[in-house]
Structure formats: C-alpha cells, structure tokens
Ligand binder design. Sequence first.
Ligand SMILES: Cc1cc2nc3c(=O)[nH]c(=O)nc-3n(C[C@H](O)[C@H](O)[C@H](O)COP(=O)(O)OP(=O)(O)OC[C@H]3O[C@@H](n4cnc5c(N)ncnc54)[C@H](O)[C@@H]3O)c2cc1C
Length: 280
Amino acid sequence: MDEHYIKIGSVEKLLQSLQDPGAVILCGGTDLVVKMRQGLLSAKTLLDISDLDQLREIRQERGCIEIGAAVTFSQIIEEAIIGEQIPILAMGLRKLGSTQIRNRGTIGGNLVNASPAADSAIPLLLLDAEVIIADPTGERRVQLEDFLCGPGKTILKQGEFLSGIRVPIPDPEFLPFFHKVGRRKALTIAIASLGALLRMKDGVMDEIRVAAGSVAPVPLRLHRVETMLVGRRLTPQLIKQAQKIVPQCISPMTDLRATADYRYQVISDLLARLLLTVPN
Ligand SMILES: Cc1cc2nc3c(=O)[nH]c(=O)nc-3n(C[C@H](O)[C@H](O)[C@H](O)COP(=O)(O)OP(=O)(O)OC[C@H]3O[C@@H](n4cnc5c(N)ncnc54)[C@H](O)[C@@H]3O)c2cc1C
C-alpha cells in the first residue's frame, strides 16, 4: 500500500490530520517502520511529528520537569536538569538500544508503543510521571500507570496524541537503582528489568518505589513489595519475605527470550541485590 507522508508543522495541523481514521503518527520510526516492513501495520497517511518544536522541549516548572513527546532519548540523557533532578531517567535510558536508536527513538514513541519491555516506563513509573494527552478540546493529564493497558495498547483514542510527560521532581535523597537483564550486554530487549527509588532514615526504609519490566503485560510498580518494606529495618529475613511477595505482583510469560520461571527468578534476585546494596 502507498502511504501519503505529511511533515507536520503545527499542533493545529496535527489535530486536524488526526481526524482521518487512516492517519498514523510517525516520530522516530524505530518501532513504526519496523512494524510496517513486517506487514504488522499499515497506514493511509503518515504524520511525521519529529520536527514539531512544541513536542521537542524539556522544561522545568513548579516542581516538575515536562518532557515533550518527540524528545529523543539522547536529548534526555544529555540534558543537565535530567541528570541533576531525575538521574534515574538518564540511568534507565542509557541501557536502551544503541546510540543510533537513542538518537532517533523518542520517549513518546516508547510509551505509545506500549511494549512490556519499554525501558523508559520503568523510571517514569518510579517517578509517578503523568502523560499529557491532547485532543481538539485541549489537554488532560493521566498517571502513566493508567495510560498503559497491555502489549501495544494505551488509553489513547482516535484523534488524540501524546504531547508530553510531566515528572514531579523527587526528593534528592532518593537513591536510584536500575538493572536490565538481557541476552547480551548491549542492544538488547529486556528479559526482565527492575528499577527502584528509595530513601533510608535512621536505618529504616523511609520510602521505596519498585517497578519491573518484561514480567507482565505492561511495565508495572510492585506495590505489595513497597508496602511490606516501608517503615522496616532491612534484615536478611525481611529481604527473603519481600522476595516471596514478588510472584503476587508479576505475571511473566514464556517467549523466545526466556521462560516465565526464569523471569520470576530474575526479578526476585534483582530485588535481593537492590536491598542488599542499600547503605544503612
Ligand atoms: C534495534 C532496536 C533496538 C531497540 N531497543 C530497545 C530497547 O532496548 N528498549 C526499548 O524500550 N525499546 C527499544 N527499541 C524500541 C524503540 O526504539 C522505542 O520504542 C522508541 O522509543 C519508539 O520511539 P519512536 O519515536 O521511534 O516511535 P515511532 O516508531 O515513530 O512510533 C511508535 C508508535 O508510537 C506512535 N506515536 C509516536 N509518537 C506519538 C505521539 N506523540 N502521540 C501518539 N502516538 C505516537 C506511533 O504511531 C507508533 O504507533 C528498539 C528498537 C530497535 C529497532
């Protein structure tokens, strides 16, 4: 099928073009073009938003950092305020793909593609990020946790697009942790990944957020693990108890890359590794 290609120059034009049910947004193309080549997706019109200035900004305002949906991973990693205020995001994105993929791939594309292995989702879930959804009537904000519905599925409706991500700046005392296990060290899709933000106070776990990828239909927070750890002193027994809760939080599947059993084991081991390295 021959697609039409439109280089979008304004948000107004994008919203107008999205009224056509055969129109599909193209940003970095690192997922979309692959799917089109594999015959998994077809489009009547491709709406290229990669040069839309409004979606390419990173700005700080009132305790939050807003990242435009068309900002590339390389831009985020290199941006000073990201490294200073939300280092967990740069930490996770450095493990994503290769230099070429990080130069082209965007944070909006990664979230809308909604892979269970989406690397940007782990730090963003830990940061309690919201996505900003635009439609012809304006914008609305939704927690990222509520945006992702399943593999390749989000709550985005026809005529809507993702305009950005809003990240509340966390307490600088939070310690970041991100670990991705793949079949090789570089350019690998996660078999399983675990991230955390945590803060100790007087030897007690004052706050902890834990999120995992590739072990459920969507990347997700391990809320039960968080609840059982908070307010407790970290002991070998507590770490074992936390590991026992992991299977209640995830539902991994067996696929070409790994078995479900292996994924349960990896998340449990990564959780222990994280908790054993926490300075008291
Ligand atoms: C070799 C290779 C390695 C990779 N490695 C990794 C990896 O390690 N970790 C990982 O997480 N991903 C990886 N990816 C996947 C990919 O790079 C990311 O998902 C990327 O972030 C997608 O962004 P994009 O701008 O290229 O999106 P596109 O391919 O342009 O679009 C992806 C989807 O999102 C939609 N879309 C894009 N932007 C918007 C928007 N603003 N509003 C609404 N819809 C939108 C498109 O219509 C399409 O359905 C890899 C891909 C390749 C090819």
